[in-house]
Design a protein around this ligand. Structure first.
Ligand code: GLU
Length: 296
């Protein structure tokens, strides 16, 4: 049986949705509808200190006001610790994850030596902790690639951006799976949960495109399927950076859901002229024709 298209929107409840996050939500919903597929929502509340109490329910309410309701139960990452632990243990068992005792300062001073590799973890603890207490857990990227016969450069295709690639070991290094404060890292949680929810298509903001190669290496290491990826254009704030709470993004104005949705549709290149009760239907029929022919 052919697999059913399953898409998702995965907000972090660190605040309410703003105009930028609604664009990603709408795009993932439209792409799922266009494929006759399912659309799910996942609350990415692993980074508990950054989560705002009640923001998860408020986000679901905002989505519902815009007519975007999930086709299945919402998954909360804060309840998924056992699955993440199991994934980590699998990686440890394979010899692909190791404890790291480096503090932020250790990493920074190692980086001063290898300045050209600024944001890259230098692999200090790969061969052992050298007496330091374990703090975080990291993926040994090169060990995974070598054992599984994967190329050093991970190629992938983005449905909007075209062919992409990244040498994860060189450009990122051995990335964190479990943080020094005990919290699960985004990369591990997202990969385990995309598989748990049967996600076949990831549609999300372009600021997250850079995580894709890391997630693909992890998918291979955990024996999980790789979804197709599509990264949507970002809404920029007044300073030209991605719209965020820091540069002026207010919560969505839901006193007028039509204007709010129409604005998000326009960012996606859709005409959005229909009245509220028909806006989503119109956007759905316009999606393939307008979104993929936009130039940005
Ligand atoms: N929770 C992430 C965010 O809100 C999205 C993760 C994803 O879509 O992969 O930025």
């Amino acid at each position: 049986m052919a697999e059913v298209y399953t898409g998702r929107f995965a907000p972090s409840p660190t605040g309410l949705l703003h105009a930028g996050s609604l664009v990603a939500a709408l795009a993932s919903w439209l792409d799922a509808r266009d494929h006759g597929g399912r659309w799910l929502v996942r609350m990415e509340d692993v980074d508990t200190p950054r989560c705002v109490p009640g923001a998860d329910q408020a986000i679901l309410h905002q989505l519902a006001r815009c007519g975007l309701t999930p086709d299945g139960p919402v998954l909360w990452q804060s309840q998924r610790g056992a699955a993440y632990e199991q994934a980590l243990q699998h990686l440890v068992h394979q010899g692909w994850a190791y404890p790291c005792g480096c503090s932020r300062k250790d990493i920074e001073s190692a980086q001063t030596v290898a300045r050209h590799r600024a944001a890259v973890y230098p692999g200090t603890c790969r061969e052992g902790l050298q007496g330091k207490p374990a703090r975080a857990w990291r993926l040994n990227v090169q060990a995974v690639q070598k054992d599984l016969g994967l190329p050093a450069v991970t190629p992938w295709h983005d449905r909007r951006l075209g062919p992409q690639q990244q040498n994860v070991a060189e450009e990122v290094g051995d990335f964190v799976l479990r943080r020094a404060d005990g919290l699960w890292a985004y990369q591990l949680a997202v990969v385990v949960d995309d598989a748990e929810q049967g996600i076949t298509h990831v549609v999300r903001g372009q600021d997250l495109a850079d995580n894709t190669a890391r997630q693909m290496v992890l998918q291979r290491a955990l024996g999980l399927p790789t979804p197709q990826y599509l990264h949507t254009p970002l809404v920029l704030g007044a300073d030209g950076d991605k719209l965020s709470k820091q540069n002026g993004a207010g919560a969505l104005d839901l006193s007028d859901p039509w204007a709010t949705l129409a604005q998000a549709a326009q960012v996606l290149g859709l005409p959005a002229q229909a009245p509220l009760d028909q806006l989503l239907t119109q956007a759905q029929s316009d999606w393939r024709r307008f979104f993929f022919s936009r130039t940005d």
